[in-house]
Design a protein around this ligand. Sequence first.
Ligand code: HSE
Length: 318
Amino acid sequence: MQKVVVRAPASTANLGPGFDCFALALENPYDKITLEWQKDGEHLSVQVSGVGAQSIPKEVEKNCGGVVAKAFIQRFDLKGGFKILIEKGVPPALGLGSSAATCAGVAFAFNELFGLNLSNEELVELAALGEVASAGTPHADNVSASLLGGFTLVVREEKIKVLRINPPPTLLLCVIVPKIPTPERKTEVARRVLPSSVSLKDMVWQVSHASLVAAGFALGEIQHIASGMKDIVVEKARSALIPGFDLAKEEALKSGALAFTISGAGPSVIALSTKDNAQRVLDSSINGFLKAGVQATGFVTKAGKGCTLLDSKITREE
Ligand code: HSE
């Protein structure tokens, strides 16, 4: 038996105006993905344990990691028996790139175990196929950050293009998770509330602010990143799905948060902060939700690396 064990991090997508394009890998939490391969076996199986495992489908066709595994097996004509063990550390359905962490971890594991030497873009394309199983669309923002780490920017034409930039090391993220019920297939629901077109005026706002975020990462300027994280299209539509959002944002900004927006499809929200103010921003955001009668929890994390190999047992044949 050969195997690899991969650490696959959570991520926060969109960062305000970068809907379906921007994401940032988080240092914590993360999934642990083990891929075992038996040359003489013949089945593909998926096991899920850890945070929220009971709500995650285990059938290969419905599990996002299973979908990615099947895509690798077919694309590269891989033979044998495959067992995928998914130990969830990233809670599902909270807007923290949980399915993407699993998809990215499985893609990374296949690439390592079979020495496929795929490019970043090829890995992202394959990992994004798993997002269809959980979110209904092959959006590649979260999987890019989870695979490659840091800040990632996805451009989709016929083929996908992915850029990654190391975030400023002093950047901190407060992640606040309101305790509200989320519908099944939450991301699909959160995409259905979005407008199908925007005015030219709104487009100019979104493009200019998204550019500021990207330039901020490229220049290592937290203030540019924060000033750019103002989204007048997606946040406006989705904040209605998050009771307490407006109060939480108001309290966070009053306490010195540099920026505040929805994490991916929500319901979690993120606030940017510097080191000396992070706890205050976190507490104030939670208080804002409480004022609206919504319980919330949260944590502070740095931006993180992409998928990494934790362990491996590989023998390559001559
Ligand atoms: N960009 C996606 C969305 C991320 O906002 O719907 C979902 O995790």
